[in-house]
Each structure stands twice: as C-alpha cells, then as structure tokens.
Design a protein around this ligand. Structure first.
Ligand code: PLP
Length: 403
C-alpha cells in the first residue's frame, strides 16, 4: 500500500522527507497542534458561524454547514487514510451514499452487488429509483454476470466488499478495469463501500476505484457512540460535485461527531488487528459446533472470494456470519441467548454484537433478489478476550440446541 499523504504544516521538516505510514497518519494527518492555542487534540469548534472583518473577509470559515475546522481535520485525516486527495464528511453513511448517487443523471444505470446493506438497497429502490436512476443487482464476483448486466447507460458500479451480511468478496481492480473501459468514452465510476474492511485492511483507490464510501458509525468511529459517513476520492470532478452537494443538501456532521470519529480513528490500526484475530478464533469455534450449518468468513480457504481477499486485503476483518441448523426459530433463540454478544444492529465497535439480518438490518430487502436466509446470524466480533467470546457463543448455541 502506498502512504503518500503528508499533513500540511505539521512537523514539516520531518514529514517532507518521506511519506508516513498508516498508523502515523491515523494519529496525525490533518491534525496539527491548534494554531491559536497549541491544543494537541483538535478542538471541537462548536460554532455555527465565524466572524468576518469585512464582507467576504474571514479566516477560511464562514458558516459550519459549508465548513468547520473540526470537520476539516476529520476530512483531511480520512482522505489521507484512503490515499485520496479529497474527502467529504456526512451526517451518516447513507447521507454520503445519497450524495454519491446524486452525482448521476436521470436515466443513468447502476450495477450493484447482489448482497449489500439493506439501507443501500432501499436508497436505490425507493429513493433514487423515483429520481430516474435504474439499477441491477448482480453477482460482482462473476465477470460474465457483470458483463451480461452491463447497459450502455451504466454509469456506476457499486461494490460492497466484503459485503453485508454474506461477506462476499469482489475483485476491485478487475471491476475498475472493466468499468473504466466501458461506456461511450467516459466509462463508469466504481464506488466501493469500504465500511467492513476499513482503509487499514483495504484501500480501494489504490486498486483503481473512483470513490470509497464509509459509514464512519462503524469501525472508524469504533465505539458505538456516533453516526457518520464519509466519501473519499482523487477525482477532482467527483470531489467538486460532492463538495457542492454536501453544502447544498446540508447532511453534514456536527463538530462533536467529527471529534469522536477523529478520536476513534487514532486507534483503528490496533483495533483492526485484534478484530481480525478474535474473528478468526470465533470462526474456528463456530465451525466446530454441531448446531452451526455454514460459516461465512473471507479468511476461510474454502470461501469463494478467499484468493481475491488475500490479494486486496491485509486481514479478513471482524465480521462473521453463519447459519444454524433448525432455521429461523433456532437463529432467534441463539440471538437472544448470548450474554457478551449484545443483540443489536450496527457493527464495528469495541463490544461484540449479534443480529438477525432477515428481521433487523436487512428487513428492507425482504421479497427482493437480495432476501436474506432467516437462519442467518451476523456477528460483529469486538475486542473482548477471545476465550470469553467463544465460551459465550458455545453456551448460546448449546442452549438453543437443547430448547
Ligand atoms: N454501508 C454499510 C456496509 C453498512 O453496514 C451501513 C449501516 O449499517 C451503511 C453503509 C449505512 O451507514 P449509516 O448507518 O451510518 O447511515
């Protein structure tokens, strides 16, 4: 991975000599000591407006929808982590997705993976569909299926890898090559939802994608205490349009939310290492349990996307899905029987969570081609001791089996 970003004005003498590694950028990028006070931590600029000495004369900020110093620090930091020249923060992952889809024109067509977050599907099928976009869910791991679904009007390929909830893997570089070669001279943009992987494990822009999008609610924030979104791109035209939309539609995060994500990101690298290690332990325990039918995890050699995951990710992540023998009733029994894994939506934080996608995160895909198996459970494996997590799951699976 290349880490080419150098934070402006911060320890310039050192930084200009060399590019900084991910861990260093996560702590420092976009966050010089506060120029007015020397505060080492970027302050929460909890202000809606900024004084002007005369009309149009100010210190770079006018109004906090258009720009705020805490948000600017977050945008610079996350852009650096994605290896992007531009980054835009939004009030939620879906707000970031909405802005990206608004860069398209009525009549444009979107190819989307056949396993994606339910809210993304709903945004396309119930919001942008009415605005004149059409879309086709397709198995993005199958080049022949992608080629068959391609239309002359296809302007965007929306890639969630690993996908939610089945942890499917798509080859970002192959899709970028395909997308950029198609179309009437200008091809299609490749957008990668990098929420599950995070830029620590996978950098879509390095692989040829045009935009990386995040729910910062998840691993980037990392502590289940904030809702936010982010889009990173090195395409100046896309960046300009997203910046316009960010201000024009106004779905911006507040300064305190930006501060929380900035703080979370400082520990992202060490958290992701432990998420991956704990997930591996959980996967081994699930495979060994008689009540478990199938385990979905890209780290498994038998996973269809394992080889691609090995080449484009530096670890397989903290998300694990599995089906139980005995169908939905047993899945629901397991979901209510864990004590360390909290039954809740969302993912990517220090505490472990369990959820039932069919009734919870993916209720909006019911009846569609993306409908989720009611026997499926999804785990967000947190940072507790692996032994405790494994014991908790074993107990819940045993109990549900006996009931
Ligand atoms: N993308 C993925 C992969 C998600 O799992 C989610 C939410 O669960 C989102 C996007 C939407 O993010 P948010 O809930 O911050 O709007």
């Amino acid at each position: 991975m290349s880490d080419e970003y150098r934070p402006d004005g911060h320890r310039e003498a050192v930084d200009q000599q060399r590019a900084l590694a991910f861990e260093t950028l996560a702590v420092h990028a976009g966050q010089p000591a506060d120029p007015s006070t020397g505060a080492v931590v970027t302050p929460i600029y909890q202000t809606s407006t900024f004084a002007q000495s005369e009309v149009g004369r100010h210190q770079g900020y006018e109004y906090s929808r258009s720009g705020n110093p805490t948000r600017a620090a977050l945008e610079a930091c996350l852009a650096a982590l994605e290896g992007a020249t531009h980054g835009l923060a939004f009030s939620s992952g879906l707000a970031a997705e909405d802005a990206i889809l608004r860069t398209l024109e009525p009549g444009d067509h979107v190819l989307i993976g056949d396993d994606v977050y339910g809210g993304t599907y709903r945004l396309l099928s119930e919001v942008h569909d009415r605005g004149g976009l059409s879309f086709t869910p397709v198995a993005l791991g199958d080049p022949a299926a992608v080629a068959a679904a391609w239309r002359p009007s296809t302007r965007m390929v929306w890639v969630e890898t690993p996908s939610n909830p089945l942890l499917r893997i798509a080859d970002i570089a192959a899709l970028a090559e395909l997308a950029h070669g198609h179309g009437h001279g200008h091809g299609a943009k490749v957008v990668v939802d990098n929420t599950f992987a995070t830029p620590y494990l996978q950098r879509p822009l390095d692989l040829g994608a045009d935009v990386a999008v995040h729910s910062t609610t998840k691993y980037l924030g990392g502590h289940s205490d904030v809702v936010g979104g982010f889009a990173a791109t090195s395409d100046p035209e896309v960046a300009g349009r997203l910046a316009f939309l960010q201000n024009a539609t106004g779905a911006v995060p507040g300064p305190f939310d930006c501060f929380l994500v900035l703080r979370g990101v400082k520990t992202l690298a060490v958290r992701m290492e432990r998420h991956c290690a704990n997930a591996q332990r959980v996967v081994e325990a699930l495979i060994a349990h008689r009540a478990v039918d199938r385990v979905y995890y890209p780290g498994l050699p038998e996973h269809a996307g394992h080889r691609t995951a090995r080449t484009q990710m530096r670890g397989f992540g903290g998300m694990v899905s599995f089906t139980v023998r005995g169908g939905e009733a047993r899945a629901l029994a397991v979901a209510r029987s864990t004590s360390i894994f909290t039954l809740a939506e969302s993912l990517g934080a220090v505490e472990s969570l369990i959820e039932h996608p069919h009734r919870m995160t993916h209720a909006s895909v019911a009846g569609s081609a993306l409908a989720v198996d009611p026997a499926l459970l999804r785990l967000s494996v947190g940072l507790e001791a692996a032994d405790d997590l494994v014991a908790d799951l074993r107990e819940a699976l045993d109990m549900a089996g006996d009931g």
